[in-house]
Design a protein around this ligand. Structure first.
Ligand code: ADP
Ligand code: BMX
Length: 299
């Protein structure tokens, strides 16, 4: 698959923001985004998507790739794995509703889409086994082996944020306990700040305070990066990875990758893996969703 072959529209519904792009010959020709209404049900989510697509000049039936936070089963139903992130998304018929409203559309998990784009056109280019990890509202993942994403009928494959961390001390809204997401994701960082007496600080504010020297904020950021570094070593142990790319607003925040790398350097050499910033930045999931639309039926 060549990046230059990608032309069409793409949507990325995250736990915090919903982005849309018009892609022409593999380049982002126009991009727009709004805050995700995290309490919304399917219809309201798709109303927001319709508004973004209208702004970009989408016509019914044009190629459309849609990446969403949460798992999407082969039956096209969309489920939040972490029900604290999208409480109203539990088995809703996303693929059918997209086809009804917009004509042709291909839907997948946001981190799987990003992994496909990074593996083919970004930080994992040329590698046989690549993992993408997003540290964002949650912690998501996608695995691409020999150019193909690892998928499962229930849409759970690749959800590496729900692996348990040795640093885990809290329940996770997935129902598990002590997941990487419950230590390192944006919602977890905000919750840790609240427990440290800073109830109004979101993850971005915690990073700003850490940079200006607040020790409590530095400790929270460090814990997130350590949990992600240990996850990279664990994934490398299971899959024999050539590389990992790190995305999401937290994964891409200044200094975060350095912290992950310095924790990973404490692992025995055998378990270390090269970790790189997602080369496509905030556009990985958008480009990957459209790439998967193109690969439809083939992955
Ligand atoms: P989404 O989860 O919708 O894909 P993001 O990748 O932007 O969206 O992740 C959202 C999380 O990232 C929020 O918790 C937000 O507070 C945090 N965040 C946004 N910008 C920054 C930043 N510059 N530094 C650190 N954290 C950030
Ligand atoms: C969560 C999970 C994943 C998603 C990841 C990153 C939900 C709603 N989402 O682990 O499916 O890939 O977050 O998503 O259960 P983001 O919103 O943080 O970008």
């Amino acid at each position: 698959m060549k990046r230059a072959d990608l032309t069409g529209f793409a949507i990325d519904i995250g736990g915090t923001k919903t982005a849309a792009a018009l892609v022409v010959k593999g380049e982002i020709a126009a991009r727009t985004q709004v805050a995700t209404d995290s309490g919304a049900g399917l219809d309201a989510m798709l109303d927001a998507v319709a508004g973004l697509l209208a702004d970009l000049g989408h016509d019914r039936g044009a190629p459309l790739g849609v990446a969403v936070t949460g798992r999407v089963g082969r039956d096209g139903r969309w489920h939040a794995v972490n029900l604290g992130t999208l409480p109203a998304i539990s088995g809703v018929p996303l693929a059918a509703a997209l086809a009804d409203r917009f004509g042709s559309a291909q839907v997948c998990n946001d981190a799987v889409a990003a992994a496909v784009a990074e593996a083919h056109f970004g930080a994992g280019r040329g590698d046989v086994s690549h993992a993408y990890i997003t540290v964002s509202t949650g912690v998501g993942g996608g695995l691409v082996l020999h150019g193909r994403p690892v998928l499962s009928a229930n849409g759970l494959a690749g959800h590496v944020g729900f692996v348990c961390s040795p640093l885990g001390r809290e329940p996770c809204d997935s129902g598990r306990f002590g997941t990487v997401e419950s230590v390192g994701g944006g919602r977890a960082i905000a919750r840790a700040a609240a427990m440290a007496g800073h109830p109004d600080a979101d993850a971005r504010a915690v990073f700003d305070l850490a940079r200006s020297g607040a020790g409590w904020a530095q400790a929270i950021v460090e814990r997130s990066a350590c949990a992600v570094a240990m996850l990279c070593a664990d994934l490398n142990t299971i899959l024999g990875l050539d590389s990992v790319s790190l995305g999401g607003s937290i994964g891409l925040a200044a200094g975060y990758l350095d912290m992950v790398e310095s924790r990973l350097a404490r692992e025995p050499a055998l378990f270390r893996v090269p970790v790189r910033a997602a080369e496509l930045g905030q556009n990985s999931a958008l480009l990957g969703a459209l790439a998967l639309h193109q690969m439809e039926g083939k992955p």
